[in-house]
Design a protein around this ligand. Sequence first.
Ligand SMILES: [Zn+2]
Length: 228
Amino acid sequence: MNRKIPVLAAMALILALFVALLDNYFLNNDAAPTFADEQKKIYLTFDDGPSDRVTPKILDILKKENVPATFFIVGAHAEKRKDVLKRIYDEGHSIGVHSYSHKYNEIYSSPSVLLKDIELCNEVICSVTGSFTDLYRFPGGSFSVAPELKQAVLNQGYRCVDWNASFRDSELKDMTAGKLYTAALNTVSNPERIVMLAHDTTDKIATAEALKEVIRHFKNKGYKFDKL
Ligand SMILES: [Zn+2]
């Protein structure tokens, strides 16, 4: 009898459990989109914009490739660039609250301060789109945010969405399009449903440069692109 088979089966089970755990860890499941159909899906998300320099480049690529995306915006940036925010909206992408100030020390000091920051950002969104959004992403992700802060946001009815793959464009040194492309492919932890983190702030030219090839890769793999 081949004694390797039970060992391999046990290893496969451990791997499957690990992947399931990892997915729960990365994605706030109350807020996760429902995945009724079987097709593999990818959600491109862009944080911290809009910027004059990078957001329009990203929008051009999304338009050309005909894929939707989600932008978690910083209110203080959007207030100065309402034309860019309007373009995001007009081109059919989702817009979520990220923060008004994006100053961790301030916003995470208490639930009331955090909710005020969210409200301010949502008012900027409403002034451009005509409605408030229920979509939210914690600056830095929800992973290390205090439970009472998370609860305060959930109590307001927000869908809070983290990520489970990343361009790593806020961490890598000497960013090149090639490095970001590799990171985007290598960080995928759940290939059935990918929520990809990227940034569209003014210094993220390499993100815009990597985007087309990342989109092409997942198109070739049969993914459907969707927005949150
Ligand atoms: Zn951020």
